[in-house]
Design a protein around this ligand. Sequence first.
Ligand SMILES: Cc1ncc(C[n+]2csc(CCOP(=O)(O)OP(=O)(O)O)c2C)c(N)n1
Length: 382
Amino acid sequence: MTPTDPVRTGLLTRDDEHDLTRMLEPDGTRRADAELDPWIADLDVSRLTELYTDLAVVRALDAQGVALQRQGEVGLWPPLTGQEAAQVGSARALRADDYVFASYREMGVAWARGVAPVGLVIEWRGAAASGWVPAEHNLAVPQIIIGAQSLHATGWAMGAAWDGADSAAIAYFGDGATSEGDVNEALVFAASFQAPVVFFCQNNHWAISEPVTLQSRQPLARRADGFGMPGIRVDGNDLLAVMAVTRRALDRARRGDGPTFIEAVTYRMGPHTTADDPTRYRAADEIESWRERDPLARLLAHLGALGADIEAVERDAKVVADAATTEMREACRAIPQPEPMSVFDHIYAEPNSHLERQRDRYARYLAMFDDGAGAQGEEAAR
Ligand SMILES: Cc1ncc(C[n+]2csc(CCOP(=O)(O)OP(=O)(O)O)c2C)c(N)n1
């Protein structure tokens, strides 16, 4: 029995198209939506071209991240290809004063928040605790603990509301995270206090090797009802629909009407991380079916239907993407090797005995080697 066998496991099968909000068909045809159209009325050809460029840059940076890992320049990379529209569409719906709490896969969100290409890679090289200064981008450091950022976002949102600000928080997490206590606690708190927070779940169908069908017997967005907040299931490969529903949810939050749960239905085309082998748990035809729903091709086809010269759009986007990837590669390779003992810096504001013990033990370990790291360890152990 495989975990994806719904009949044998007794799980309900789920139609991906069920209750899906969509404004662009996979072939790029625009679907009219009386309720959502006003939320993206400002997206003319020029703005859509900029957004397409964002998608292309993010995809190229992702491919570059994988390449850098394969060449030993970074330790790990969690690919996001397939999820570009979910990330860029939602992040470009935010205001600068909104605050973003994301996980490790949201390099597309970081790009949209103005983080430089090297900032996307420096942590994966193990050279810094963060690739950016959170206060400069209103973007918290990436969260590795699954779902924890949903609590941080809720707390921030409650604080903003108490301060009388009309900024909102957004928490990004995956489908697997919805099985975590932290996310469920955040949803309870946010609903109870009507916090101005948007929960943005990228349902990319897999939590490492666990399929979403094993984690939830119904579409994730329908869970929101039980918490007392609106839940919306949107086509996460449709940039227009993602942007429209996120803008509407943010507006609701700003007006004091409380949180919204968005389930962006998308797909992780690559492995969970560069340390994963998805061929062990995922069927090739599943990946192929999602290739037909590619977010970049869809927006480009839409631009073509609006009369844009799509060859020029693609060519110009590639110039920007090439510059960004070159910058990322060169800056990444120029990052100096950090001092091994610096891993203990910036953990706590005040020293404590637990950390000191770890520090001491690590210094003694390093002292066993007779290279630079060992000398540094000996020095620190003295
Ligand atoms: C609290 C916690 N438990 C387990 C892990 C190990 N882990 C890392 S990624 C992952 C799966 C996350 O899947 P999902 O939430 O769907 O996000 P995705 O990686 O697909 O974006 C797990 C279980 C962790 N990092 N934190």
